[in-house]
Structure formats: structure tokens, C-alpha cells
Design a protein. Structure first.
Lengths: 524, 170
């Protein structure tokens, strides 16, 4: 008879709070709303959503000071690493709910289900970050995916949302199946689905006659994750889905889903890599990082459609995080892989990666936090500028929309400018600090070639980010341009996101100090 | 002759007869009802094999949910009486050949089965402890509690998502 203590359930409290909040929203739709088809009586729903997210984030913050350990019979972990991501997810979903409030009210489409699905998606992200067993991981990945499929197809005006929802569903199911197949192969080779147990027997399994099962399984699992984080060449769905989804949902997807998927990926591969030798994950993630950084930025360059540009930029940013992930598996300097090739570790600095692991985790987590805040801000401005009448036209997100924004809406222009600078990695913003930490971690791990590619591509990326700023501040608005509506919720969300972008860029100290704590993983 | 033995023959013959009824009756409703009967008798055989879980699922899922779906489809299509069974069309010939081939393959496979038990269940007690409901409950609620509860969250999200997507345009 297994016995559980309350300590066992601590890691899932944030997710439970989010799920309960979501259910309360669903029930409120049935019992509290008097006018079925008006948004007027639903103002309280966004407030419930934000309070739930704040509560969950606080509990997760508290959890982050617990010692890392495996709980719930080995199905989950309680460690600062996952708790930190839950905090990021809670912040993200809180801001996304605020953005949605104005966005949906403007379209008379505010419903409890929308916020409930957002909170369910956040619960799935939180649970994904703490899963330490493949079936649990798959189920939690599906919780978050199913919620985001439905959110993508929530507003079905015009043809794009239906296309986006369907494409996301099909490709998401496909990638989920790949991950599950990989997990099944690993189970076949090791006889267990728990990461801890798998790590123990993997070395024997990967050198015996089941080696092919192990390697095929690992590659399939990596592919499944690569779809979710939108790494090139598994990024095809990203621009269409990000463009077709309601803009606040896009913000949630690019910030939250990506962060949770990266954490799950890191947990799986850090736990299993010792049984394989680091070469396989190193080559795998190094190749993905190289392709993603280069192709993501190149594809974003010609985009005049700002929403599509941000979608490609989200692909490119996945590449920078993958650079950090690659650094985790960089072979120890001086052992093998000498030389200065793009995909090799150079012995220049002579630092043994194992001692640098804490810095790498710190860099990845800080990058994920910074990217989450920035992407929420930039999609937030985009959502605020959209007008209901544009939905059937193709020019909703054209650069011209931003012309003269500095005169008509200076606050939004400043928010957008801060976010664009941050995405481009220009100081004094959080994006700069994030890139600095990631590139430094990569160089410390000896990945000079990849780090140089990263710096060069982010310099090229400054072109398309700064173009938006130029349009806002140096062009005049066209005559008779549509005037966007203001909602106080949107303004609050944008103010918080912009403050985060700038403050974390100027004073990253408290967060990075706390992140030193958050680099502890329960399984490694 | 034990009671189990008698029951097995009762269920086996009844299963075969009702399965025959599915394909020889002309009325689609009668055919569907024969299928329900087949499922019930098959469930009896599962019980005799100590596979209680499969028996219960057979009745609930197949005889209950899926057959209702079948009946709905049959009623919505409102098939006419004139589908004659005697004509030979190319698809029918191909279907017949495929069926004969499948039967031959199954017979061959059956002849290849080893004479003795393959030994996956070392004793009768182990066999009895494998497919019962209490065993399933033990696995789900003691060994796999967290993923099991996560699945319930997944189902809730899927239901809400399906309703949201199936709604008229918002």
C-alpha cells in the first residue's frame, strides 16, 4: 500500500489551483451569467483568471525553496527548476488573460470557457515541467496541447483561424505520437517508463543488442519535443498557427508552451544522457540549434506582416535556447572534438562543462523568463492594435499599421519599442541580458562556433526588429487610419510586461541570484 | 463435467449462432441486435477466462456505447429492403477472395500454435489475479495514481475544448 504525505502533493499544488480556477470559471458561465450573448456581464471572469494565476505563481514561488526530490512514486519531481518555470507560466498566463479581456470584449466574444482553457493550458504546462515519467509526461503534454488547439480555433472568423486550428491539431497529434513512439521504444529497451529507473539501466541497454531501440527512441523523443518548441526543420506549422490564432493565445503559446516544453526536454535528456554518452544529444541539439538560429532569422527578414515576423522570431529564439541546451551536452574540453568547426567544442577555455552546468541552467531559465515577458508585450501591442473590422482583410498586421504610433499612442509605441529592442538583444533590456548569459554559457562550454553563429544571426535580426521601431517613430500615419480601442486591462498588461522587460534588463541581479537556487534538478 | 465446461459450451455455441445471425439476417436492425447478443455471450467467455475487466468493458463499451452508435447510423441512413445478396460484382469477388485468404492465414497461424501453455502465467492463482477488477484497481490507484488522475484532467480539457470548437461561431 503506497502512502502519500502532503509533501508529496506540494509540486502539483500550483497546477491544482489553476485547474480549480478554470473549473470555477466554467461553472460561473453556467450559473452567474444572466445575458447569454453579451460580454458586458462577464467582466469578473478575467479578474478570477488573474487572481488564480497570481495565487498559483505564489505557491510555485514558495515551492522553489524546497530541496529537490522525486515525489509521487517517481512520477513527478519537486525541484526549483520546475517551480521556476511554473512561476514563469503563471506570470505569462496572468498577462495573457489580461490581454484577452480587452481583445475579447472588443469582439463581443468574452466567455468563461476561453479563460478556463487558458488556465487549463497553464496547469498542463506546470505539470509537464514536473513530470518525471514518460506516460505522465505525455498525458500532461496533451493537456496543454488540447487546451491550446481549442484556443486556436476559438474565434472562427475568416478562413485563417480554422486552418490554423486544424493544422495545429494534426501536426500536434503527429508530434505527440512521435514522442510516444520514442518513449515506447525506450520502454522496450529498459523495461521501465520512469526516468530515474531508465537512467540506471540505460547504459547497459545502449551498449547491448538493444542499442538501436535506445537510439531510435531518443531521436524520436527529441523530434517530438522539437515540434513543440518549433525548432527548424520542425517549425512548418508555426507561422500559420501563430498568425491564425487569436493574438493573446499566440502570446501564451510562444511564451508558455515553449518554456514548458524546453524544461521537459532538458529534464528527459539530462536524466538519460549519462547512459548514452553526451555525443548523441550534443550532435542532435547542436544541429537543431544551428539550423534554427540561422533559418529562423533568415525567414523573419522579409516579413512585412508583423505577426508572422514575430512567429518566425519565436522560431529563432527557440534556436538560442537550444544553443544553451547544446552547451549542457558539450563534450569535456580536451577529450574529443578538437578544432574550430561550427559543431565542435574548442579547448580554448579549457573549462570542464560539468562545473559550468549551473551557469547554463541559469542562462536558459533567464532566457525563457525574458523571452516570455517580451513576447507577451509584443503580441500584446499587436492585439491592442487589431480591430474587429480587419478580420477579413489581409492587412491587419502589416507594418503600415505601426506608422505614426508614437504620435497617436505613445505609451503603446514605447512598450513595442522596448519589446523589439529586447527581442533584438539590445541593451538595456532583458533580451540583452538573456542573450549575454546564453552566449557566455556556450563559450564557457567551448562552443565557440555556435556562439559566433548566434551573435551574427542576432545582429542580422536587429534589422527586422528595428524596422518596426522606425515605422512607429519616423513615419507618419496614413490618412484616415483606423483608431484602435483602449481597454484598461490591455494597458495594465502592457505596462507590466514593459516594466519587466526594462527592469530585468537593468537590474537582473535579484532574479539571477534566485536562479542560482533554481538550477537544482532532482534528476541528473 | 464441471459447471465451467458446460457454461463454456453454452456461451461458445450462442456466440457462434448470434455471430452467424449478424451476417445472414436481411434486416439491418436485426443484424445489429444479433451483434449485441454476440458481445454479451463473448463477455461470458471472458468471465470464464478470469478476465473480468475485459468482460465489463465489452458490455459497457461495445454492447452499450458503440452499438447505440451503430443503431443511430442505421436508422439515419434508413436502408431500403432491396439490397440483393446474389449479384456478383468485382468488389464482392475481391472481398470473397480476401476473406478466404484471411481464413487460410488464420488456420495456418492456428496450426503453428505450440501445444503446451506458453507459460506466461506460472500458476492458476497468477492467472486469476491478472484480469480481475480488483487487480485493475490495484494498478490504477496504487501504482499509477498520478498519471491516472492526469488523464482525468486531460479528458475534462478535451470535453471543454470539443464543446468550444463545436459551438456556433463566436
Amino acid at each position: 500500500m503506497p502512502s502519500f504525505s502532503i509533501q508529496d502533493f506540494m509540486p502539483i499544488f500550483p497546477a491544482a489551483i489553476l485547474a480549480v480556477g478554470a473549473m470555477a470559471l466554467l461553472l460561473s458561465e453556467a450559473f452567474l451569467v444572466s445575458v447569454p450573448h453579451a460580454s458586458a456581464s462577464r467582466g469578473y471572469q478575467a479578474v478570477i483568471g488573474v487572481i488564480t494565476a497570481a495565487f498559483a505563481g505564489t505557491v510555485a514561488f514558495h515551492n522553489a525553496f524546497e530541496d529537490p526530490r522525486v515525489v509521487l512514486q517517481g512520477f513527478a519531481v519537486l525541484d526549483p527548476f520546475s517551480s521556476f518555470v511554473t512561476v514563469v507560466v503563471a506570470v505569462t498566463v496572468g498577462l495573457a488573460v489580461l490581454l484577452s479581456a480587452g481583445f475579447l470584449k472588443h469582439r463581443n466574444a468574452e466567455r468563461g470557457e476561453f479563460y478556463a482553457l487558458m488556465l487549463f493550458a497553464a496547469a498542463g504546462m506546470s505539470l509537464l515541467a514536473l513530470s518525471a515519467e514518460f506516460i505522465t509526461l505525455f498525458v500532461n503534454l496533451e493537456v496543454l496541447s488540447v487546451a491550446t488547439y481549442a484556443l486556436t480555433a476559438y474565434l472562427r472568423r475568416g478562413t485563417r483561424p480554422a486552418e490554423a486550428g486544424f493544422k495545429y491539431f494534426i501536426l500536434g497529434a503527429f508530434s505527440g505520437a512521435l514522442l510516444l513512439y520514442g518513449a515506447a521504444l525506450l520502454y522496450g529497451a529498459t523495461g521501465t517508463t520512469k526516468l530515474a529507473g531508465m537512467a540506471e539501466v540505460l547504459r547497459a541497454a545502449s551498449s547491448g543488442d538493444k542499442a538501436w531501440l535506445v537510439y531510435c527512441g531518443m531521436v524520436l523523443v527529441a523530434t517530438g519535443f522539437a515540434f513543440k518548441v518549433a525548432a527548424v526543420p520542425f517549425h512548418m506549422w508555426t507561422p500559420d498557427v501563430y498568425e491564425g490564432a487569436p493574438t493573446p493565445v499566440t502570446a501564451l503559446m510562444s511564451a508558455g508552451v515553449k518554456a514548458a516544453a524546453f524544461v521537459a526536454l532538458i529534464r528527459v535528456f539530462v536524466a538519460l544522457a549519462p547512459g548514452l554518452g553526451p555525443q548523441v544529444p550534443f550532435v542532435l541539439f547542436g544541429g537543431l540549434a544551428l539550423l534554427t538560429m540561422v533559418a529562423g532569422n533568415l525567414m523573419a527578414l522579409p516579413q512585412r506582416n508583423v505577426k508572422r515576423m514575430l512567429a518566425y522570431s519565436s522560431v529563432a529564439h527557440a534556436g538560442y535556447v537550444l544553443l544553451g541546451v547544446t552547451a549542457l551536452f558539450a563534450p569535456a574540453a580536451g577529450t574529443e572534438g578538437h578544432g574550430m568547426g561550427v559543431l565542435s567544442a574548442s579547448p580554448l577555455l579549457g573549462q570542464v562543462p560539468a562545473s559550468a552546468h549551473a551557469d547554463i541552467y541559469k542562462a536558459i531559465l533567464f532566457y525563457l523568463l525574458g523571452y516570455a515577458v517580451t513576447t507577451i508585450g509584443s503580441f500584446g501591442v499587436l492585439a491592442a492594435l487589431e480591430r474587429r473590422e480587419d478580420e477579413t482583410r489581409g492587412t491587419t498586421w502589416d507594418l503600415d499599421r505601426f506608422a505614426g504610433l508614437a504620435h497617436s499612442k505613445p505609451g503603446w509605441a514605447i512598450a513595442m519599442a522596448a519589446c523589439m529592442l529586447s527581442l533584438g538583444g539590445i541593451p538595456p533590456t532583458v533580451g540583452f541580458m538573456g542573450k549575454l548569459l546564453v552566449f557566455r554559457a556556450a563559450v564557457d562550454a567551448g562552443l565557440l562556433g555556435l556562439a559566433i553563429v548566434g551573435v551574427l544571426t542576432s545582429a542580422a535580426a536587429a534589422y527586422y526588429y528595428l524596422r518596426v521601431v522606425v515605422y512607429m517613430f519616423m513615419r507618419n500615419a496614413a490618412e484616415g487610419a483606423a483608431v484602435p480601442e483602449r481597454h484598461w486591462q490591455t494597458d495594465v498588461a502592457l505596462a507590466v510586461a514593459t516594466a519587466g522587460v526594462i527592469l530585468l534588463g537593468i537590474l537582473p541581479g535579484p532574479v539571477t541570484a534566485w536562479l542560482t537556487q533554481a538550477t537544482m534538478l532532482a534528476l541528473r | 463435467m464441471s459447471a465451467e465446461f458446460v457454461l463454456f459450451w453454452v456461451f461458445a455455441i450462442a456466440t457462434a449462432m448470434s455471430a452467424l445471425g449478424v451476417i445472414v439476417t436481411k434486416n439491418p436492425i436485426a443484424s445489429a441486435m444479433s451483434l449485441v447478443a454476440t458481445f454479451f455471450f463473448l463477455a461470458g467467455i471472458y468471465v470464464l477466462l478470469w478476465a473480468h475487466t475485459v468482460a465489463v468493458l465489452q458490455v459497457m463499451v461495445y454492447a452499450g456505447a458503440i452499438m447505440v452508435l451503430f443503431l443511430f447510423v442505421i436508422m439515419l441512413l434508413s436502408l431500403g429492403e432491396d439490397t440483393s445478396m446474389t449479384k456478383f460484382s468485382p468488389t464482392r469477388i475481391i472481398g470473397g477472395v480476401a476473406t478466404a485468404g484471411l481464413l487460410a492465414a488464420l488456420v495456418l497461424a492456428f496450426r503453428k500454435l505450440p501445444e503446451a501453455s506458453t507459460g506466461w502465467a506460472a500458476s492458476v492463482d497468477q492467472l486469476k489475479a491478472f484480469g480481475t477488477l480488483s487487480q485493475l484497481g490495484d494498478v490504477l490507484y496504487k501504482q499509477w495514481l498520478f498519471p491516472f488522475e492526469a488523464v482525468s484532467l486531460l479528458l475534462l480539457v478535451a470535453i471543454v475544448g470539443a464543446v468550444v470548437v463545436a459551438k456556433p461561431r463566436i
